[in-house]
Design a binder for this molecule. Structure first.
Ligand SMILES: Cc1cc2nc3c(=O)[nH]c(=O)nc-3n(C[C@H](O)[C@H](O)[C@H](O)COP(=O)(O)O)c2cc1C
Length: 178
């Protein structure tokens, strides 16, 4: 990847992955990105569970009835959780770490997709968070924000069209109704 802006333009959510494994070195780089993410008061209250086992990935993909299928065919997934008793803005901290991992994956030429868990429900109406906690043996004091799916890209997505950015969302100096 040439420069950071190109990386941002080219990063798209990738939901289809080849069966090729991701090297241990690249998995480590992606986790390093998460561990370097900024956190409020440097509390670093997040926890990351790396899942590579195919059967476990398949079961994780059932954390909600729609929108989680990409996990099943991912080379690996990272479950992102954090301890709210340690930091009030845990959602923000965990979100930044997740986004950092996506950007690092893109820089490595890998695809990724954020699968939302917090506030979602599994097929039997169990909260998706509980489903994931139970599956992975996590304590219920550790809410799950999302599952990040990673793998070698098996689909092409158009880069962002910078001519279509929503500049009306940007207000200079004071709020201006558009
Ligand atoms: C908070 C959040 C939750 C998301 N949840 C899901 C999800 O559950 N399943 C999914 O396939 N994509 C999910 N996405 C990916 C978005 O659908 C995607 O980022 C959006 O459509 C923009 O497309 P792009 O990432 O290719 O630019 C989520 C993204 C974010 C930031």
């Amino acid at each position: 990847m040439g420069n950071f802006h190109d990386l941002l333009v080219n990063r798209r959510s990738i939901r289809r992955y080849t069966s090729e494994e991701v090297s241990a070195e690249n998995v480590k780089l992606i986790l390093e990105a998460a561990l370097m993410a900024p956190t409020s008061k440097s509390t670093r209250a997040w926890q990351f569970i790396v899942v590579e086992d195919k059967d476990m990935l398949e079961r994780l993909s059932h954390c909600k009835p729609a929108g989680a299928a990409p996990i099943a065919k991912a080379a690996f997934a990272v479950v992102v959780a954090a301890d709210p008793s340690l930091t009030d803005p845990w959602v923000e901290d965990a979100s930044i770490a997740a986004a950092y991992m996506q950007l690092q994956a893109e820089d490595l030429g890998l695809g990724s997709c954020w699968i939302q868990v917090r506030g979602r429900f599994a097929g039997d109406n169990t909260p998706s968070e509980e489903y994931v906690q139970e599956l992975l043996g996590m304590p219920d004091t550790l809410p799950v924000l999302c599952v990040m799916a990673f793998g070698h890209k098996d689909e092409e997505r158009r880069p962002c069209d910078t001519s279509k950015l929503l500049w009306e969302k940007v207000h200079i100096g004071t709020w201006k109704e558009v």
